[in-house]
Design a protein around this ligand. Structure first.
Ligand SMILES: Cc1cc2nc3c(=O)[nH]c(=O)nc-3n(C[C@H](O)[C@H](O)[C@H](O)COP(=O)(O)OP(=O)(O)OC[C@H]3O[C@@H](n4cnc5c(N)ncnc54)[C@H](O)[C@@H]3O)c2cc1C
Length: 412
């Protein structure tokens, strides 16, 4: 207490700039990270902190954390369907728990409980399957019936007369949310404090290749030579990989979300209904954060549509009929890179010094800490970290897909 008072009254403390002023690009770097979203920034931080690799540049065409990191609805959970997925996301949640103190910024990690509703017998069966895999991997998750759902989320219409009555739910007590901007800015500041250069408004436009190797990177601010390259560009993954002559099994589709006007706090848990293509939670500011299914076509666009909003609201009112007078405040979209098995791609590529962090579709915010840590390790030792080895790119050639669709889509 005395120390706090002394610090508060003291004049000696220097105001720490969030980030240093930008410097000119150097001619070469040991590591160049393409994409200054949460993933690229987390990898940069861990390269510097865990492995002492500090000659690193993050190249971002827009502003830091302004891509899907800024657009996501911040749900963090580990109740996936495959053992590989559950293990990976569980590791990420554990890192999230200590992230505020690790980065010295409040990432507002908030444990709320996560309910995935089942409206049909078939989805109750899938929930049971998920719960068993989760428990086997040590992740708290169970199927609960109507009585228990009414205790956890009394705000929902649980009547039998609803068009799609709720039969049960997969309950994941540790399901959480976190402040996405704080996560990105925390990693950016701590990476920069360890010597990583962050270059915004700089677009990667091509790779200078020789014998399956990237010699140099062409950018809108000139050419840079590089040792290793990590691409972490989410919705632009296929475009950037193509510059290195790598073809990815990825389809890019828009995903929309919206928030309501602020309301008094009334909703604790995160509620998801795959059948109704709907999810909702209430932010610390009181806004209802809502989303649903991806747009049903491939497109490189962040426009939002009236059609999507109307569909979402029709379903939302089936669960919360009393919200009909609430106004929407904002609606937006991001571009998501979807893989055939709804699992990400992490690891090496056929280009010997190009590493990939992609295929995060609609669910990659929660992965930010673990992906950053394990990708940094993969670059440092030039082999996939054991936790992310199953997510390698060549699984699509060797028929080792992961089959995460049952747990990845609307639930994010
Ligand atoms: C509406 C919506 C809701 C979502 N909700 C959730 C959720 O609740 N939970 C969850 O876990 N996930 C969610 N996601 C998914 C999540 O947002 C992403 O998977 C995650 O943010 C990916 O992080 P990233 O750092 O890889 O990508 P980004 O944050 O998109 O960063 C990639 C960066 O690369 C830059 N870039 C692209 N091309 C180039 C180039 N040529 N040169 C230089 N820079 C380039 C971009 O400008 C961008 O800033 C959601 C996504 C959307 C769109």
């Amino acid at each position: 207490m005395l120390q706090l008072l002394k610090y508060g009254l003291g004049l000696a403390r220097a105001d720490r700039r969030h980030l240093p002023s930008e410097t000119p690009l150097k001619k070469s770097y040991d590591v160049v990270i393409v994409g200054g979203g949460g993933h690229g920034l987390a990898a940069a931080y861990h390269l510097a902190k865990d492995h002492g690799i500090r000659d690193v540049a993050v190249i971002e065409k827009g502003y830091l954390g302004g891509g899907n990191t800024a657009r996501n609805t911040a749900i963090v959970r580990a109740n996936y369907l495959t053992p590989e997925g559950v293990k990976f996301y569980d590791a990420s949640m554990k890192l999230f728990e200590g992230l505020s103190s690790e980065l010295g910024i409040n990432v507002m990690y908030s444990k709320r409980g996560h309910l995935t509703l089942a409206h049909t017998d078939a989805s109750v069966r899938t929930m049971r399957w998920r719960a068993e895999v989760n428990k086997h991997m040590g992740v708290s998750s169970e199927v609960i019936g109507a009585e228990e759902i009414a205790r956890v989320a009394p705000q929902m219409d649980l009547s039998r007369s609803a068009r799609w009555p709720v039969l049960g739910a997969l309950y994941h007590p540790i399901g959480s949310t976190a402040r996405h901007d704080a996560v990105a800015w925390g990693y950016a500041r701590e990476a920069s404090a360890r010597g990583v250069e962050l270059h915004q408004q700089t677009e990667v436009t091509g790779f200078d290749m020789a014998d399956g190797h990237i010699k140099a990177i062409e950018t809108s601010r000139g050419r840079i030579e590089c040792g290793r390259v990590l691409m972490a560009v989410a919705g632009a993954s296929s475009l950037v990989a193509k510059m290195a002559e790598v073809s990815l099994p990825i389809r890019t589709v828009p995903l929309q979300a919206c928030v309501s006007q602020p309301l008094k706090p009334f909703l604790d848990p995160i509620i998801v209904s795959g059948s109704l293509h709907t999810y909702i939670w209430q932010s610390q500011r009181g806004e209802l954060v809502m989303g649903g299914a991806s747009d049903p076509y491939s497109l490189y666009s962040t426009r939002s549509t009236l059609e999507w909003k109307e569909g979402l609201m029709a379903h939302m009112l089936e669960l919360f009929p009393y919200l009909s007078d609430v106004r929407l405040m904002r609606q937006w979209a991001g571009m998501t890179d979807m893989t055939p098995d709804f699992a990400p791609i992490m690891g090496k590529t056929p280009v010997d010094n190009l590493y990939i962090d992609a295929g995060w579709g609609t669910w990659g915010f929660k992965a930010t800490p673990a992906c950053g840590k394990f990708m940094a390790d993969t670059l440092a030792y030039d082999r996939p970290h054991s936790t992310i080895a199953p997510f390698r790119l060549d699984r699509f050639e060797t028929f080792n897909q992961l089959g995460e669709a049952g747990a990845a889509s609307v639930g994010h």
